[in-house]
Design a protein around this ligand. Structure first.
Ligand code: COA
Length: 260
C-alpha cells in the first residue's frame, strides 16, 4: 500500500504502520488520519496478518497531536465532524480482531496519546512522553481521550492530566497503568511488540478476537461519554478562547484566555 504520510510494511505477517510526518512531529492532519483509516480497512481485508504495530517516524515523536493548524478555521459543525471522524477511526482500531500495539517513541500528546490508547497495548521507548494538553489551546480532547484515559489510569489521575495539561514520562505512565512495557529504544520496543504479537498468534484466533470484543464491551456504558465528548469538543469552537489558544500556539506565544 502507498500513502503520502504513512508507511505500510508487512514482515513475517506483522503490519508495521509508521506515521510519517516527522517535520511536524507526526501531527495528525486530515489527510493522515484518513490514511490511517484506509490502512486499517485494508488490514482487515489482508489474510494471515498476526497483528499490527503503529509507530511514529523519527526518534522525537510518536504523534504530537491533531494538527493544530487545521483548527484555526473550524466552526462548531466542522469541529463536530472532525471529532466524530476521529472517534470512528479510533473505534475501528480498537475493534480490530488481531492485536494492535502502539510503539510510542517520544511525544504522544493529545490525539497521539489518544491514538496510542485506541491500540490494545502500548510499548514505549524510555524517552516517551504522554499528555492531553488540549486545555492549553482552550479545547478538550476530541478523539476519545476523556473516556479512554479514565479506563487506563482512573478518574483522579485522568482529571489531573486533562486539567493541568502536564506531560508524564514513560516510567510514570507505566506506574499509572497506561503502558504495558518500556524499552530502551525504538528497535527494542519494536522487538518487544513483535514478541507479544507472535505469542498471541499461537493462541486460538477466534478466542483472541472474542477477548478483544468482550474487553471493549466492558466499556459499553462509556459510549454515551464518547458522544458527550464529541458535542463538548464541538461546542468549544464557538468560543474566543479556542481562536486565541490556537493562534498563540502557531505564533509561538503564551495564550491570553478570556473565558468566553
Ligand atoms: N499540530 C501542528 N503542528 C505541530 C504540532 C501539532 N500538534 N506539534 C508540533 N507541531 C509542529 C510545530 O509547529 C513545528 O513546526 P514548524 O517547524 O513548522 O514551526 C514542528 O512541529 C516542531 O515542533 P516544535 O514545537 O518546534 O518542537 P519542540 O521540540 O519545541 O516542542 C512539543 C515539541 C511537542 C512540546 C510542541 O511541538 C507542542 O507542544 N506541540 C503541540 C502539542 C499539542 O498541544 N497537542 C495537542 C493538539 S490538540
Amino acid at each position: 500500500m502507498e500513502f503520502k504520510n504513512l508507511l505500510w510494511e508487512i514482515t513475517d505477517n506483522i503490519l508495521l504502520l509508521t506515521i510519517n510526518r516527522a517535520d511536524k512531529l507526526n501531527a495528525l492532519n486530515g489527510e493522515t488520519i484518513l490514511e490511517i483509516q484506509a490502512a486499517f480497512i485494508e488490514a482487515k481485508k489482508t489474510a494471515g496478518l498476526k497483528g499490527i504495530i503503529v509507530t511514529g517516524a523519527g526518534e522525537k515523536a510518536f504523534v504530537a497531536g491533531a494538527d493544530i493548524s487545521e483548527f484555526q478555521a473550524l466552526d462548531m459543525q466542522q469541529a463536530k465532524a472532525l471529532a466524530q471522524r476521529g472517534h470512528d477511526i479510533f473505534f475501528l482500531i480498537e475493534h480490530m480482531q488481531i492485536p494492535v500495539i502502539a510503539v510510542v517513541n517520544g511525544f504522544a500528546l493529545g490525539g497521539g496519546c489518544e491514538l496510542s490508547m485506541a491500540c490494545h497495548m502500548r510499548v514505549a521507548t524510555a524517552n516517551a512522553k504522554f499528555g492531553q494538553p488540549e486545555v492549553n489551546l482552550g479545547i478538550i480532547a476530541g478523539y476519545g481521550g476523556t473516556q479512554r484515559l479514565i479506563q487506563y489510569i482512573g478518574k483522579s489521575k485522568a482529571l489531573e492530566l486533562h486539567l493541568t495539561a502536564d506531560m508524564i514520562d514513560a516510567q510514570t505512565a507505566l506506574n499509572l497503568g497506561l503502558l504495558n512495557y518500556i524499552e530502551a529504544d525504538k528497535t527494542t520496543a519494536l522487538e518487544k511488540a513483535k514478541t507479544i504479537i507472535n505469542k498471541i498468534a499461537t493462541k486460538g484466533p477466534v478466542a483472541v478476537a472474542k477477548v478483544i470484543e468482550c474487553t471493549n464491551a466492558y466499556y459499553k456504558d462509556g459510549v454515551d461519554g464518547f458522544d458527550f465528548e464529541v458535542n463538548a469538543f464541538a461546542s468549544l469552537f464557538h468560543t474566543e478562547d479556542v481562536k486565541e489558544g490556537v493562534s498563540a500556539f502557531l505564533e509561538k506565544r503564551k495564550p491570553e484566555f478570556k473565558g468566553k
